[in-house]
Design a protein around this ligand. Sequence first.
Ligand SMILES: [Cu+2]
Length: 121
Amino acid sequence: MKFMRKLALSLGLFTACGTLAQAHAFLDHAVPKVGSTVNGSPSVVKVWFTMEIQGALSKIEVFDVKENEVDKKDAKVDPADKALMVVSVPKLPAGTYKVVWHAVCPFGHPTTGTFTFDVTN
Ligand SMILES: [Cu+2]
């Protein structure tokens, strides 16, 4: 009986998460802004998600036009805002950069997406 209640509870949570788009982590906004052109290299790329994400399972990667990963591979969730993930980048030359994000919501559902921004000098 106890087990059945637990099972029902976990199925209920799963269903809630599976049926509500809000229960998954999607990109809310970013800095540099999605599709924007920035003058000079940013030092970090920040992505805010629509909800908290699991830091250990989530990441942000930044690629140049040749598909080389240029970030410092130190993507982490901001301890003060668990919906925000930050990754450092070196001084980026002018060009177009693609950000690839992989997020996992607290219910364990993975989402992914990409956007680009341009750097001019
Ligand atoms: Cu979810």
